[in-house]
Structure formats: C-alpha cells, structure tokens
Design a protein around this ligand. Sequence first.
Ligand SMILES: [Zn+2]
Length: 152
Amino acid sequence: MVFCFAADRALGALAKWLRILGYDTVYESDSSSQSFFENLEVDRILLTRTRKIQKKFAVHRTVFITSNYRADQLKQVVDEIGINPADIRPFSRCIKCNLTIAEVKKVEVYGRVPDFIWETHDTFNKCSQCKRIYWSGTHSVGCMEIINQLFS
Ligand SMILES: [Zn+2]
C-alpha cells in the first residue's frame, strides 16, 4: 500500500524519517505557502501535533502525534497507518527534496564523491533537483538498525 504524508512544522525529524523509508512526505517548513494545508492532495495523510489543524482539515486522514520523540513518533505512524516492512522502500528518496532518486552511471559521479567512495562503490543514485549523490553508505548503518527496530 502506498501512502503519502504531510507533516506540520513541528515534525521535521519525522518527515525526514518518512522520506528515508521512501514515503512521499511534504513538510510545512519547506513550503513558502501560507496555505500549505489548504493545497494538499486529499489523499495525503496529515501528521500533526495540533488539534486545531486536525479539526480544520478533517477531510484528510490524520495521525495526531503524541510524543516529543522522533523514534516514538515514527513508531506511532507505522502502527496507526499499518505500514509493513514489505511496504517500505528505504533510501529511494532525496531526504532534502522529497523526490525519488535515480541511478546514475558510475562515471558520471567521478570527482563528485570522495575518491575512496568512488573506488569502493558501483551503484550511485542522484536527486534530479538538488543533484546530491547517494550511495549505499550515505545513510549510516545506524539508520538500518533503527528501521529494523521499528518492525521488530
Ligand atoms: Zn534532492
């Protein structure tokens, strides 16, 4: 099942983590629009810490986030929405831009990643917007542990 999300300004770390899991997640603070919530696609699930937002935009499915802590917030979303390990596509999306990243030829990233990375990796992905290059070690081993714990 594919879900997409919209996170309010209090939930930047959560938004980043949903992107790490591969979910299309727009974040209020990335938007210059005053009407961020008014302009969302109706199938976006709202993630908010504000009852007022939950009430005002009741057309959206909403997860009212209760914890201050990123790990608990992520767990709450996974549990309430019913995300399965098979649903996620970790490291498939740019954390900064929220766009899916695409594989690029190794030769194209020469000089754009540290030499030892270029020498030791064969697969690279690039964000078409910010041009950031991702490789399998871009995300620390710790990320994978956090993901595993999420579903354990
Ligand atoms: Zn990007």
